[in-house]
Write a new protein. Structure first.
Length: 427
């Protein structure tokens, strides 16, 4: 590998692992956890990564806030809401090692990304760097910024996995150096980087990427939609310029709850997507503590999610899900006679990509909208997304504390049956 501008260290991003079924106590995990969630008898959930889910205790916590608001709306809105939001921000700041006042609670990653991108003062000649594996709504928001600003353009780095962590950093840095060599007067102002990409699911060497990008004076926005609850987050150590993470995915809060990190140095220029009465109050906290009249109980359910995680063990949850993803992915690949996309274990969080052995990657049925979705849901009462990447067909499987290795084995056999049938039709 050629030498790079910044000598960044590619530290692994998780603690050492041991084999199932011995996650660091407490737990217990596996099917015993099903009672804490809402999935009905006979339904196994393999797609936690898309929307997350919450526990019964989290729903109770949400209802506590919901009822308080209904019982006495004036007391709630005029006196109690802001302290409740501040308490949640304080708990999250402790969880992510940052200053409480650098956190704003928002509904989701889409809102967080729009909040920052639509606040920044892009100028002609600015370039926004993003990866080809970035999430569609983030990509479209960047396109919107380019469409609404003169001479602001995208620089896209093609990422085709498998790549090692070093190769990922190297690929991106090469694109930056090629851009600098052009000396055309433009500058890469901002980079949008996934901590854990969606499809394919890849846990990126985020510290190395943040350090490398900042060494070129590029602002870094970390799309950490999948990070909180899946990997430990230390914002003081990571030191990004902006970061958004969905609490409703892996932390177990109710859908519509996310946290945006904006360091103090940027707070004067970042405003909510919906401007309200606290604009120009000079207070970032006030601007983000009121989004107009709405139900704040989903956002406040983060409190219940953090309590649940404390009860079952933060490290233990992370450890169990990661080991299950790694071992479950290998089991499925064995059943299918294929491989996982990311053989480097540190690139796997709780989601694993397994190759599906389809002979014809353009098979008419996989090109038919909803065909596989309906087949998996209607015939097998389960679902895992599938997609093409690098000329192959993959499925992404999410592990979770309510799953066991046997569930991955079952899903492996289901996919085998589905793909065998498609291959038979095609021969
Ligand atoms: C990497 C990534 N970014 C952004 C999003 C958007 O999240 P939301 O729909 O909660 O706004 C997702 C959703 O899955 C995602 O996977």
């Amino acid at each position: 590998m050629a030498s790079t501008h910044s000598q960044v260290s590619l530290q692994t991003h998780r603690t050492p692992t041991s084999s199932l079924p011995s996650p660091a106590q407490p737990g217990p995990f596996g099917h015993k956890q099903r009672k804490n969630f809402f999935m009905p008898e006979g339904k196994t959930e393999f797609n936690h990564g898309s929307y997350g889910t919450f526990t019964r205790s989290v729903q109770e916590n949400m209802m506590k806030w919901h009822n308080l608001a209904e019982e006495n709306p004036d007391r709630w809105v005029r006196l109690d809401l802001k302290p409740a939001l501040t308490k949640v921000r304080t708990q999250l700041a402790e969880f992510m090692n940052c200053d409480r006042d650098e956190l704003a609670l928002v509904q989701n990653t889409t809102v967080g990304v729009n909040t920052v991108l639509r606040s920044l003062d892009f100028a002609p000649g600015d370039r926004i760097l993003q990866l080809s594996t970035g999430y569609i709504s983030v990509d479209k928001t960047v396109h919107y910024i380019c469409d609404t600003h003169r001479d602001v353009q995208i620089i896209e780095v093609p990422i085709v996995m498998p790549l090692t962590d070093h190769e990922i950093v190297f690929h991106i840095e090469k694109v930056i150096q090629e851009h600098l060599a052009k000396k055309d007067g433009s500058r890469i102002r901002l980079a949008m980087i996934d901590w854990i990409s969606s499809v394919p699911a890849v846990l990126h060497p985020i510290k190395a990427l943040v350090d490398m990008l900042r060494s070129y004076g590029i602002l870094v926005f970390v799309d950490a939609a999948h990070a909180i609850g899946q990997v430990p987050i230390d914002l003081t150590y990571l030191n990004p310029d902006f970061l958004i993470t969905n609490c409703h995915k892996w932390l177990y809060s109710v859908r519509g709850s996310a946290v945006l990190f904006v360091p103090k140095r940027f707070q004067n220029s970042i405003h909510p997507t919906a401007i309200q009465g606290d604009y120009k109050s000079g207070s970032f906290e006030l601007e983000f503590s009121w989004n107009g009249t709405m139900d704040y109980s989903t956002i406040l359910s983060i409190e219940g999610a953090l309590d649940f995680r404390k009860q079952y063990g933060e490290d233990a949850i992370i450890h169990y899900c990661h080991r299950l993803a790694v071992e479950g992915g290998e089991k499925m690949a064995e059943i299918l006679g294929t491989n996982v996309l990311t053989p480097h274990e540190q690139q796997v969080g709780n989601m694993v990509n397994i190759r599906l052995p389809i002979k014809n990657i353009n098979h008419p049925k996989i090109e038919t909208p909803d065909y596989l979705i309906r087949l998996l849901l209607d015939k097998y009462n389960l679902f895992a997304p599938s997609y093409k990447h690098g000329g192959y067909f993959w499925t992404r499987v999410s592990s979770q504390i309510y799953l066991e290795l046997g569930d991955f084995v079952h899903l492996g056999h289901v996919w085998k049956e589905v793909i065998d049938e498609l291959n038979a039709e095609d021969s």
